[in-house]
Design a protein around this ligand. Structure first.
Ligand SMILES: Cc1ncc(COP(=O)(O)O)c(C=O)c1O
Length: 396
């Protein structure tokens, strides 16, 4: 039998998807499963984006330019300028989702066995992209006790080696919901300049920032012009996860010209999805205002209900639509599986994402879960009630 690669064997399984067979089984047996485990928003895609695809008159669905259509990149540059990020179309590559932008970023700046420092817990797929690029993830621990704020800069400093190429942050954070302040971004800018590293910021949740706070992008920081790389996406911004459009953005010409070579290998980003995404830029402001109001209401409800549960600790998210909750149990993997296999309230159960998969340090996050608040408020309320009842039974 021919053997598959070591790299393939090392590819991590998604911590979110590994419980799917148990959820499917529960559904087959007639139970309703409330999905708190996955970041697929229930929010409607702007009609203007859907109509642009429906009404277009294309006769040939051709490749677009490798870096994305000129017209679209011009408009995306205008979007960034409106958000105080001063970039031009030449600084932007349209990618197949933020996912591909992450892969291009790692491929462009790191060789096999190079290191990227990432505050943990972090978006679990960073592990997958790092493994595919042969890059080593070096975690620096952020803590629930202080809402997963930026770890002390000395903690980063201790981890920097001759192989360190970058620090990667997610702002606001999945799975933490933490929003880095301007001051924290400045601290990161200082350390990457001191050690001549890249700072990659995954800003796919930029619009989802609450409590009258402002998002401070790494490319608003003038000193990061040559060191900053933004990973971005339309997936969550317009609830268009299936479009598969994202961006890699950098003022560093070498980064862009290198990433374009990776992009050339996959020819072009999807054409229909660019048409939809270009139209989505015309989405009226009230769409975003309504979405934000809804997420704030969901977050407030979720956090206040979780805080009522005995022994549960939760970090209050200021952005994105996730939170990490610590439960009075030892093994959230076991608990999550048990919920799907054995526990029901009125024939309903919940599916949560065990948080250990969002940590790179062995043993961390074992008593934590990640909750995505992408469901209506009534479902969220029922879900937390079920969690509370489940904890009482599970702990015994
Ligand atoms: C933090 C973060 N980055 C990147 C992505 C990738 O998004 P996409 O490839 O759909 O743009 C996701 C998706 O959930 C995410 O949560």
């Amino acid at each position: 039998m021919p053997k598959i690669s070591q790299k393939g064997l090392a590819m991590p399984q998604s911590p979110i998807r590994k419980l799917v067979p148990f959820a499917e089984n529960a559904k087959k047996k007639g139970a309703n499963v409330i999905h708190l485990n996955i970041g697929q928003p229930d929010i409607k895609t702007p009609q203007i984006a859907l109509d642009a695809v429906k009404n277009n008159q294309l006769n040939v669905l051709e490749y677009s330019r490798t870096e994305g259509s000129e017209a679209y990149r011009e408009k995306v540059a205008a979007y960034y300028q409106k958000n105080k990020i001063s970039v031009t179309a030449d600084d932007i590559i349209v990618t197949t989702g933020g996912s591909e932008a992450l892969a291009f970023a790692m491929g462009s700046i790191a060789d096999a066995d190079d290191e990227i420092i990432i505050p943990e817990p972090f978006y679990a797929n960073y592990n997958g992209f790092a493994t595919a690029s042969g890059v080593k993830v070096v975690p620096v621990v952020s803590k629930l006790e202080n809402n997963f704020a930026l770890p002390p800069i000395e903690d980063f400093e201790k981890l920097i080696t001759p192989r360190t190429k970058a620090i990667l942050i997610c702002n606001p954070g999945n799975p933490t919901g933490y929003l880095y302040s301007e001051e924290e971004i400045r601290k990161l800018a200082k350390i990457v300049l001191k050690h001549d590293l890249f700072l990659i910021a995954d800003e796919v949740y930029r619009e989802f920032v609450y409590d009258d706070k402002d998002h401070y992008s790494i490319l608003q920081e003038p000193s990061l012009e040559q060191h900053g790389i933004i990973v971005d996406s339309v997936s969550k911004r317009y609830s268009m996860c299936g479009a598969r459009i994202g961006f890699l953005v950098s003022k560093n010409k070498e980064v862009i010209s290198t990433a374009i070579k990776f992009a050339q290998a996959r020819l072009s980003p999807p054409t229909y999805a660019q048409i939809a995404s270009e139209a989505a830029l015309e989405t009226p402001q009230n769409y975003f205002d309504e979405v934000k109001t809804e997420y704030v209401a969901r977050r407030n409800l979720l956090i206040s209900e979780l805080e009522k549960l005995d022994g549960v600790k939760v970090a209050k998210p200021q952005g994105a639509f996730y939170c990490i909750a610590e439960l009075p149990i030892e093994d959230a993997d076991d608990f999550a599986q048990w919920l799907l296999e054995d526990f029901r309230v009125n024939n309903e159960t919940v599916m949560v994402a065990p948080a250990a998969g969002f940590y790179a340090t062995e043993g961390l996050g074992r008593n934590q879960i990640r909750i995505a608040y992408v469901l209506d408020q009534a479902s969220l309320k029922r879900a937390v009630h079920i969690l509370g009842e489940a904890l009482k039974t599970y702990i015994g």
